[in-house]
Design a protein around this ligand. Sequence first.
Ligand code: GCU
Length: 598
Amino acid sequence: MYIRGPLILLSLLLLVPCVRAQLITNTEARKTISLNGQWQVIIDPYESGFYNYRYQPSDNGYFKNAKPKNKSELIEYDFDKSETLKVPGDWNTQSDQLFFYEGTVWYKKSFDYQRKPNTRLFVYFGGANYFADVYLNGEKLGQHEGGFTPFNFEITNRVKDTDNFLIVKVDNKRRRDAVPTLMTDWWNYGGITREVKLIETPATFVNDYVVQLQKGSRDRVTGWVKLNGERLNQKIHVRIPEAGISRLFTTNASGTAMIEFTADLKLWSPENPKLYDVFIEAETDQVREQIGFRSLETRGTDILLNGQPIFLRGVCIHEEAPLRGGRAYSREDAVTLLSWAKELGANFVRLAHYPHNEFMVREADRMGIMVWSEIPVYWTIEWENPNTLKNARNQLQEVIARDKNRAAVVIWSVANETPLSDARLTFLKDLIAYARQLDPTRLLSAAMERHYENPTTQMIDDPLGEFLDVLGCNEYVGWYDGLPEKADGLEWKSKYQKPLVMSEFGGDALFGHHGDPLTRWTEEYQENIYQHQISMLKKISFLRGTSPWILTDFRSPRRPLPGIQDYWNRKGLISDRGEKKKAFYVLQSWYKELREKP
Ligand code: GCU
C-alpha cells in the first residue's frame, strides 16, 4: 500500500471518509452512463497539482478545478484550456511527447446528471494504470492501486444536477514495493486505460453474486447473492428459464442469501460454450447474467473438464491492441485477439501477466476459450514488504470478484518467474490460500522455477509446486538457452504428480525477415525453435497444456535493437501488423493433430 506521508492519511481520514464501495459485479446488466471520450488533461511530472513547494500535500490542488474569480486572482492551471486525451486509452500511444512518459497526468471530465428518487449512483473504472486518486466536485472520493483491476465509488450524495467535474490523478511511476515492481518486459502504458461509467442502482440492489457448479460436481449449483442497501432482508428468486430452474432463497441480516440446488444443465466446454441466462431477482432489484456451468478438477497428472481429461492447446496474450498497438480495451480488440487464437487451433489462452479487461474474459466465455488469469507478481517482488502483499492480495480479490462467474476462467495464477526464497514462498502460499478462500472452484497455478538436474534433464521441484493444482513452467530452449535442436535431447522430470502447462516457450522473429534456420531474428529460426520444441513437448508424459510466448508482438522498453525490435518484443507468432509468421503454421498443425487425436 503506497503510504503517502501521514499528513495526507490524516487529512483524508478526518476530512473525507473514502467512499470506495464494494465492487459492483456485472456492470453490463446495469443502467449505465458512459463517461468515455475526450477528457481534458494536465501533464504534471512534478505533481505540483498535488504537492506544494514543500512537497506537502496541498488542499488546493488541481482537483479543485479552480477558476480565477477576478483579474487579480492567481491560478496556474486551467483544464478547460488544456489538451485532451481519449478515455479509455493509454497516453503513451496518443502523443509522441508521452511515449516514454512515466509520471502523473490529471484527467478531468464534466457531466450533468438528473438525480432520481430511490436511486443510487456509482462511478466505475474498468482500470487505470497504476495509482489513481479520484475526486468529484473538488472532494476526494478515494484512491486505487493497481493498473489492471476495476474499482468504483459511490457518489449518490455528492453528485449535482449540473456541472459536476470528475478529476482523476493517474500516476504510472514504477516503484520497488509495487505490484508489478520496477522491472517488467512490457510497456508501462499509463492512463485511464479502460472504460469509465456511471452506474445507477435501486436504493437496495444486488451488489454481488456467484452462481457456479460445486468443485468436481456436474449438477450441484452453489453460490450466494449479496444485497447492498437498507432493505437487506429480502426474498431472492434465482431463475434459469431454459433449464426450468426457479428457486427461492432468503437473505440473512447482512443481506446475503446462500444458494444451492441441483440442476440438469448443458455443460460449458470449448466445443460447446453453452451460456445460460440466469436471473437474480430481489424484491427491490433484478439482474440478468450469462453464465456457463462446467466442472473442473485435477486427478494425478490429468486436468478434468466436466469429468473428461483435456489438453490445454494455448497461447499467451499480452493486452496489446491488435494492429494499432497500445493498451487493448474494447470488445473488438478482444474478439480480434481471441479469433487469432482460435485460428491457431487454441482452446486456451494465458492472459499475461495481469488481469486483462473484462471484454477478454466475457468473449472467451462466448467463444469457448479457457483462460489462465494472472496477477502481476512478476520477477523480483518485494516479498518481505507487508504492503506489497496487501496490494497483491487486493488485486487478486478484485479480479476474482470481477470474473468469478466466467466459466472460461479455469486457472488463477499467482506469480511469474519469481526467484526461490523462503520469503517468496511465504508470500505466494498466502496468495494461494487467499485465492482458495475466495474461490474454491478453480485451479491454482504459477509459472514456477525449474533447473537442470544434469545437462540433459530439466527438473521441476520448485517448493511452490506442492501448493498448486497445475504446475506452470517457462523455458526458452533454443532462444536464451542454446540453439533450437538442444530441445531434442532434453528430458523433463517433476517432483510432483501434477499436470504441467508449459506456460512459455518460443523466440523472436521479425516478420518478413528471412534466412537459414540458424540465423537469429528470422522467421526460419523461430520456425526451427517451434519444430524442435514440439517434438520435445510430445515426450513429456505429464504435460497437459502449452501456451507459447506469444500470440502477437508486443511493446517492451527492454527491446531496443534497431531495425529488428525497435522496442517490440518480437516473439509473436503474429506481427504487430497482424501478419502471421511461419511458426504460426507449425503450431497450428500440431494443435490440429492434438484436436483430431482421440
Ligand atoms: C519471460 C517473461 C516474459 C518475457 C519473456 C521474454 O519469460 O515471463 O514476460 O516477455 O520471457 O523474454 O520474451
